[in-house]
Design a protein around this ligand. Structure first.
Ligand code: NAD
Length: 425
């Protein structure tokens, strides 16, 4: 028995992110009694390109890097998804992430499909010049399959506006004219959108406001804990405190801080900017990341890494609502435990969809060459997130399933309708 358990653990450990993505799809297919032909198509990306990019390094030698672009599904519109630079990038990871992007765009109700890219590299050990040559080489290598009407990349792990500017420039050189809409997440001066930096945290806050109404939580008196104090965590915390919520705990990779009376989020952000961490913020008690997750609070926001809430700590979660800022912070076993405990989980493909939605707005502005104010972006984003949340909530309540499967059913249903209308099935 013990041996069989070990073998099962080994088998599980060998699962690639792509295996997990397919499993989630199969679970959803069962719930919605999905046409097996649709399932067969959706299991696979439409196309995966693998490229080898020669880069002249600063020492004069040429080094070849492997990069990928996976295009999962474009039934609803051009492929959309970020490009990550990381030594652990694999083809399976990129394929899984592209499938998740299909669901995220679909659940947000935007006319885009799912894509994702990555380069196996460690940018922390490369000079700016080497990173620029690699970025331009990669984009040149994938240029035949991307484009403002075909596939629109964006930043992801270890890439930012800087790389997007190089991508846009490289692509525009081949085209012979400026093509700002070929990537999103660009700096404002070359076609970026107002409101993009705050968008994921703002979108998450909007979904939490909606969920609070349904669960009878008053944000004015609510307490919240946020794991990860980067882009998503910081803006989630800022918007939540603007609604009167007390942010009692935050953390980063070095550890966490707690104050039962609430932390001044802006002051913590300034402190982190100066010292590099939230740890040792005056007037707060130091806690570990594990303790942060187990903090008694109304709203818990894991906004750092994947697999933070798993079978080992799920029963210790003491929150009424969990909103996934990060991608995949709750393991499937933990999902089940939280559902049994009656904790509402706003799943990643819904809770953090504000980022891709504002990328969509950036793309629309680029195509029109007409730019919106911050207020316009916020108004449109808020309306989109409220609608997406309520669609998912209704689907979950009606079918007595958790919010994650509710989001999956909404997402898959929209993609399959488009595939059927287009005659793919
Ligand atoms: P970021 O790099 O700005 O911030 C990450 C934060 O997590 C940092 O504060 C870091 O110190 C902290 N962290 C790292 N390791 C940790 C650990 N072991 N324990 C606790 N904290 C740790 O990244 P981000 O853009 O805020 O992204 C966070 C997550 O949200 C990722 O999963 C990302 O894929 C997801 N996401 C981001 C966006 C976006 O628009 N930025 C959109 C959708 C999803």
């Amino acid at each position: 028995m013990h041996n069989r358990k070990n073998q099962e653990a080994l088998r599980m450990a060998k699962k690639t992110p792509y295996d997990m993505a397919v499993e989630q799809l199969e679970k959803c297919a069962k719930i919605m009694d999905l046409d097996p032909n649709a399932l067969e198509i959706l299991r696979y990306p439409n196309r995966v390109l693998s490229v080898y990019i020669p880069v002249r390094m600063d020492n004069g030698k040429v080094k070849v890097f492997n990069g990928y672009r996976s295009q999962h599904n474009n039934a609803l519109g051009p492929y959309k998804g970020g490009i990550r630079y990381h030594p652990d990038v694999t083809i399976e990871e990129v394929m899984a992430l592209s499938m998740w992007m299909t669901w995220k765009c679909s659940v947000a109700g935007i006319p885009l499909g799912g894509g994702k890219g990555g380069i196996v590299c460690n940018p922390k050990e490369m000079s700016v010049g080497e990173i620029e040559r690699l970025s331009r080489g990669y984009f040149a290598a994938i240029s035949r399959i991307v484009g403002d009407k075909e596939d629109i990349p964006a930043p992801d792990v270890n890439t930012s506006g800087r790389e997007m500017a190089w991508f846009m420039d490289e692509y525009s050189r081949y085209s012979g004219y400026n093509v700002p809409g070929v990537v999103t997440g660009k700096p404002l001066d070359i076609g970026g959108s107002e409101g993009r930096t705050e968008a994921t945290g703002r979108g998450l806050w909007v979904t939490v406001c909606e969920a609070a109404k349904k669960s009878g939580i008053s944000l004015k008196n609510a307490t919240a804990a946020v794991q990860g104090f980067g882009n998503v965590g910081l803006y989630s915390a800022l918007f939540l405190s603007s609604s009167g919520a007390k942010i009692v705990a935050v953390s980063d990779s070095k550890g966490g801080i707690y104050n039962k009376d609430g932390l001044n989020v802006k002051a913590v952000a300034d402190f982190k900017a100066k010292t590099g961490s939230v740890v040792n913020f005056p007037g707060a008690k130091s806690i570990t990341n594990e303790e942060l997750l187990e903090t008694k609070c109304d709203i818990l926001i894991p906004a750092a890494l994947e697999n933070q809430i798993n079978a080992s700590n799920a029963d210790k979660i003491d929150a009424k609502l969990v909103a996934e800022g990060a991608n995949g912070p709750i393991s499937p076993d933990a999902d089940e435990i939280l559902f049994q405990k009656g904790i509402m989980v706003i799943p990643d493909i819904l809770a953090n969809a504000g980022g891709v939605s504002t990328s969509y707005f950036e793309w629309v502005q680029n195509l029109q060459n007409y730019y919106w104010t911050l207020e316009e972006v916020r108004t449109r984003l808020d309306a989109l997130m409220v609608k997406a949340f309520n669609n998912v909530y209704e689907k979950a309540s009606k079918n007595k399933i958790d919010m994650r499967m509710g989001a999956y059913v909404c997402a898959v249903d929209r993609v399959v309708k488009a595939m059927k209308l287009r005659g793919w099935i």
